[in-house]
Structure formats: structure tokens, C-alpha cells
Ligand binder design. Structure first.
Ligand SMILES: Nc1ncnc2c1ncn2[C@@H]1O[C@H](COP(=O)(O)OP(=O)(O)OP(=O)(O)O)[C@@H](O)[C@H]1O
Ligand SMILES: CC(C)(CO)[C@@H](O)C(=O)[O-]
Ligand code: BAL
Length: 316
């Protein structure tokens, strides 16, 4: 594996254009098995794999955890090499945003609401750095996790709108199967938790799983589904809900709960279609022990009741 730090080194490592297929996995580092899943998929579908590692200041708000975000290049380089990465691109901030950098990419519509509302400017920061990475690497395919569902929708919209010539591959969420924390979506920010706190953070996955089971049992009213998830979330006294909502396949808001648990229909108060699978997806964000976590789950009617763990493979 080659480790490169500057756009010029990256170009030299990638060689002249017209080469075989190239898969890009953009990350902010502190690599875990969720990232390994993206790398494996990129490895299987491309001749070469580039992993970018950059904690992007543009996507953090002033009171967010940019300074505290976990960074460990030696660990990540060893992890990436083991996982089969060919080129690890780890630029510093000046390489990506030299003095005078003034451009922002903004994707209207899909960036608004949910994380876009809670983290103003976040998706513009993501779209800006992702477009730069696409231009620098010129990948055949780029791999993004479904854990960050709204981010995946923003990137897909940008690629369509700007006629970018690459394929965006969404990879299902990888979840913990460790006893006590089953179902917890793997996330770099989980490292802020102690093991007992991680077990309690799995409440997000349990809440989404409860709504999915309700859906599988025949519930089609958006407010009923959200109430099923909320009933589980309120069992965790230290959790502060940021949002809990239901979106359609185009990320349009179907229904949200306000903080008092009152359902606010956004688009219609009609039930979801009875036939499965629908494109509807539950999204949740919450603060727990000072950490902001997100998760999401599609509403499907599996042949058997959904297990509490490893939704990842089932929703492909
Ligand atoms: N559990 C997971 N399953 C699948 N993909 C994941 C998972 N966790 C992260 N990813 C994906 O890995 C890519 C890089 O994410 P990032 O480096 O921000 O890690 P993260 O774990 O999402 O970190 P954070 O804790 O900051 O949210 C993103 O496309 C993200 O969706
Ligand atoms: C896509 C990304 C690498 C852009 O900084 C980041 O938002 C992430 O890690 O999900
Ligand atoms: N994976 C999400 C990146 C962020 O929270 O900024």
C-alpha cells in the first residue's frame, strides 16, 4: 500500500488516466469494521482501491467535535493495508483548503431537514469535500455507508445534478454483535463511550427494530410506527432525541415526531402502501452521554420477523 499526502503524490501513485477500474472509499479515519465492509466491497468490484482519510473541518459546526475527533494515522494505515487498500490518501487541511479557498457546493432539498437542520452547513461541507475527492481521484465507483443515509442521498443527488461520471455504491450498515450492544451501528464516535454506555446506545437500533417489527405485523400508519420507536427511546433516561422521522425513497419527509412525542404529518396523513417492500425509511438522531448518534432502518416485510442484529445483510 502506498501512503500519500498531497494531490501531486496522489496523481503520481494513480498513474496516467485510462487505467483499470478504481474504487474510492472516503472516510474521516478511526477505521472500524463498517469501513472494512466498504473497502471489501470496493476491493471486489474494482482493480484498485483508494481510501481517503481526512477529518474535514468544513462539515463541522463551531460547537461540534472537530478538535476531539479521534485521529490515529498509524493504526488506520495498518488497518487499511490489511483490508486491501492500494493507496491511502491522507492530506492535511492546507492541501485540501489552501489559503484563499472560497468555493462551496450546496445541494438543495435533500440537504434540508433532519441532519441538515440540526447541523447547519454540514452537507455543504460534505458535498464540497466529496466533489474535491472525486476530482482528485477520478474513481470509477465511490462507496458510502447507509448508516449516513441522508449523506448518501446528498451525494447521489450531486452526482446526478452535476453529470459526474462515476457510480455511487451504498453499503448496508454494519452493526455490532457484541453481547449487550447487539444492533448498535458501528461508528467512529462509539469510541467516545465506555462499554456500558455503548450497550445503552444500542437503544437507537432497538427502537428502529421495534418500529420495523410493528410494520411487519401490519401497522401502516406513520404515527403508529414512530410511536413504536419512541416508546423504546424514552426507556433510556439519558437520551435526548434530536429527531425521529419517516422519509420516502426520495428522502421526502413523510412524518416526524416533535420532542414531546407529538406526530407531525409533513406530506400526507395517509397510511403507507400495504405492499412490501416500500421505500420508506426511519431516521433517528439523538444525544447520549454528550455524543450525537444517528441511525436509520428501511421498513420492509421480511419473510421472518427481523432479528435484533445484523439488519445489514437483510436489507440489501
Ligand atoms: N457501521 C457502518 N456501516 C456501513 N458504513 C459505515 C458504517 N460506519 C461508517 N460507515 C461509512 O463509512 C464512511 C466513512 O464514515 P466516517 O469515517 O465518518 O465513519 P463513521 O463511523 O460514520 O464516523 P462518525 O462516528 O463520525 O459518524 C461513510 O460513508 C459512512 O457512512
Ligand atoms: C464522506 C465523508 C468522508 C466526507 O468528509 C464523511 O462525511 C464521512 O466520513 O462520512
Ligand atoms: N460520517 C458522518 C460524518 C460526520 O458526522 O461529520
Amino acid at each position: 500500500m502506498q501512503l500519500v499526502h498531497t494531490p501531486a503524490e496522489l496523481r503520481a501513485a494513480l498513474g496516467p488516466g485510462g487505467s483499470p477500474s478504481l474504487g474510492l472509499v472516503p472516510t474521516m479515519g478511526h477505521l472500524h469494521d463498517g469501513h472494512a465492509h466498504l473497502i471489501r466491497r470496493a476491493r471486489a468490484e474494482n482493480d484498485r482501491v483508494v481510501l481517503s482519510l481526512f477529518v474535514n473541518p468544513l462539515q463541522f459546526g463551531p460547537s461540534e467535535d472537530f478538535a476531539a475527533y479521534p485521529r490515529d494515522l498509524p493504526h488506520d494505515a495498518a488497518f487499511a493495508e490489511r483490508a486491501g487498500v492500494d493507496v491511502l490518501f491522507a492530506p492535511d487541511t492546507d492541501q485540501m483548503y489552501p489559503p484563499g479557498f472560497a468555493t462551496r457546493v450546496s445541494v438543495a432539498g435533500v440537504s434540508e431537514g433532519f441532519d441538515g437542520a440540526s447541523r447547519p452547513g454540514h452537507f455543504s461541507g460534505v458535498a464540497t469535500v466529496v466533489l474535491k475527492l472525486f476530482n482528485l481521484v477520478q474513481p470509477t465507483r465511490a462507496y458510502f455507508g447507509e448508516k449516513d443515509w441522508q449523506q448518501l442521498m446528498v451525494v447521489r443527488r450531486m452526482v446526478r445534478d452535476l453529470d459526474l461520471l462515476l457510480e455511487i455504491v451504498g453499503v448496508p450498515t454494519v452493526r455490532s454483535s457484541l453481547p449487550g450492544e447487539e444492533g448498535l451501528a458501528l461508528s467512529s464516535r462509539n469510541s467516545y463511550f465506555t462499554p456500558p454506555q455503548r450497550a445503552r446506545a444500542a437503544v437507537l437500533a432497538r427502537a428502529l427494530g421495534a418500529a420495523q417489527q410493528c410494520y411487519a405485523a401490519g401497522e401502516r400508519r406513520p404515527d403508529g410506527l414512530l410511536a413504536a420507536a419512541r416508546a423504546v427511546l424514552v426507556s433510556e433516561p439519558d437520551l435526548t432525541l434530536d429527531y425521529l422521522g419517516l422519509v420516502d425513497g426520495d428522502m421526502r419527509d413523510i412524518e416526524q415526531l416533535d420532542n414531546g412525542g407529538v406526530s407531525i404529518p409533513r406530506r400526507s396523513d395517509a397510511p403507507l402502501p400495504a405492499d412490501a417492500p416500500t421505500q420508506a425509511r426511519l431516521l433517528v438522531a439523538a444525544h447520549l452521554f454528550g455524543v450525537r448518534l444517528i441511525d436509520n432502518l428501511p421498513l420492509t416485510v421480511p419473510a421472518t420477523a427481523p432479528a435484533a442484529v445484523d439488519y445489514a445483510e437483510k436489507v440489501q
